[in-house]
Design a protein around this ligand. Structure first.
Ligand SMILES: C[S@@+](CC[C@H](N)C(=O)[O-])C[C@H]1O[C@@H](n2cnc3c(N)ncnc32)[C@H](O)[C@@H]1O
Length: 443
């Protein structure tokens, strides 16, 4: 069976990077689909994929983990709701704050935002939340808004009781009032006319899809976001999707761990309009901050042909003289001179800001100077995932779990990777462990 025509379609139509999906996954899944459809030739299956959107959706669904949950990212949603409140208060009537959730999968992400906004008493007339996904079946589930227990892994029981009613054991239906706050549509992020003609968005959430895309598709999605984003707009990404490292026109803004970005050139305007403190205005930059400034942000892997942009990150306000022109080795020396706890939080912060090389270096320094911890290995796993080093990434998560069998972040990411690679039995075991461990640290 020749897979090449199918791989080409996955790359062209869906922007998928077959390597990121695992070596065995694509042939296994394609063979399974061909068997179900009674097609013996890869060419015939490729021809079907070209003409059938439905078959594309089915294949994509088997290859990309669509699992999501309410309040994924935790405090991110109340934080965004505050930003929206601030923005709405400066707008005149008839100028709602616009938010895009793309991809939204089965709706948990945009609905979480509606709930967080409702908790602040913000009327739905002040905002518009648009949500899209390539998969019509996910969208149908989103509109139906019935959810099982796992969708609530990061939701408090109080919130669930407030916005859902139970329809049977472990089954919950979302309040119609919350459902009315989101408009769902089908759209392909890597299509050149993705949401062409939409009015600008103040916030675009594009979380946990870039990890599956090849470099050219990632840049296509970034160009689409750039086209759709208001001048002082905010972008939310997933933890393994450092937008600032993919495209230097964007920089990380807002609290660490929220993975929010804006156009570098507009950072001051965004900070003012949304009331966000820019990282370079943080209270005490210190040596760790200077290291972040002096370490080059890692370019995307095999991205030598990708467009590069010359806009540098805005200079930090208080760069100590010593850090100016620091070489990589002086950075390593600085890192070695730092204590393990500071190093660990520096590593996390670099990763949150998309400075993957600096984050990696801090992790390596930690491993050579202190006892290894589950947190460090979990962070290394995330960095490797961002670099598309899937096998190494799994190994790091496994090491984290060896040190702390209940490490939620490692359990979660390893489970999603296993799911993605078609290792469903292993994923099921990890899911059970995750449920037992609770939602500690899940992102
Ligand atoms: C893990 S979910 C992300 C949901 C949510 N943003 C989150 O972070 O939890 C990934 C979703 O990406 C969708 N997807 C994959 N490729 C896409 C594309 N080219 N255009 C639009 N959606 C796509 C899948 O259908 C799936 O629902």
């Amino acid at each position: 069976m020749t897979l090449q025509p199918v791989i080409e379609i996955l790359r062209e139509k869906l922007g998928l990077d077959p390597d990121s999906l695992g070596l065995k996954t694509v042939p296994q899944i394609v063979a399974g689909r061909q068997q179900v459809l009674g097609l013996t030739s890869g060419k015939d299956y490729a021809a079907l994929l070209r003409r059938s959107t439905e078959e594309c959706e089915i294949l994509l669904d088997s290859l990309v983990v669509s699992e999501t949950w309410f309040f994924r990212g935790g405090e991110l949603f109340p934080y965004l709701a505050e930003r929206i409140r601030k923005l709405a208060s400066s707008r005149s009537k008839g100028q709602p704050v616009r938010v895009l959730s793309a991809p939204c999968s089965t709706g948990e992400e945009p609905y979480s935002l509606v709930m967080a906004l409702d908790e602040l008493g913000i009327p739905q007339s002040s905002y518009q939340i648009e949500a899209c996904d390539i998969n019509e079946r996910h969208l149908a589930r989103a509109r139906r808004a019935h959810y099982g227990e796992l969708a609530f892994r990061q939701t408090t029981a109080e919130r669930r009781a407030r916005y859902f009613r139970t329809t049977g054991p472990g089954q919950w239906e979302l309040d119609p009032q919350v459902r009315a706050g989101v408009r769902f549509r089908q759209a392909n992020l890597v299509s050149p006319d993705f949401l062409q003609g939409d009015a600008p968005y103040d916030i675009v959430l594009c979380r946990n899809v870039m990890i599956y895309l090849h470099d050219a598709a990632r840049h296509q999605v970034i160009a689409a976001i750039d086209r759709l984003l208001a001048p002082a707009g905010l972008i939310g990404m997933g933890p393994a999707e450092p937008l600032g490292a993919l495209d230097r026109r964007f920089m990380c803004l807002g609290p660490d761990g929220y993975f929010l970005y804006c156009r570098s050139a507009a950072a001051a305007a965004v900070s003012k309009e949304l009331g966000i403190t820019a990282p370079h205005q943080a209270a005490s930059p210190g040596i760790l901050e200077s290291i972040a400034t002096s370490v080059p942000v890692m370019p995307p892997r095999s991205a030598t042909s990708s467009p590069r942009h010359d806009n540098p990150r805005p200079p930090r306000t208080r760069l100590p003289a010593r850090a100016k022109g620091s070489t990589s080795s002086s950075v390593s020396e600085d890192l070695r001179a730092t204590g393990p706890e500071d190093l660990c939080s520096a590593a996390r912060r670099f990763a949150d800001q998309g400075a993957l090389e600096a984050a990696w270096e801090a992790c390596q320094s930690l491993l050579t100077t202190a006892e290894p911890t589950a947190d460090v290995y979990a962070l290394m796993g995330l960095i490797q995932q961002a670099r598309h080093e899937i096998i190494e990434s799994k190994r790091s998560f496994e090491k984290a779990l060896y040190l702390d069998p209940q490490h939620s972040e490692a359990l979660l990411h390893l489970m999603l990777l296993c799911e993605q690679q078609g290792a469903h039995d292993q994923a099921r075991v990890l899911r059970q462990r995750l449920e037992r461990a609770g939602s500690r640290g899940a992102k």
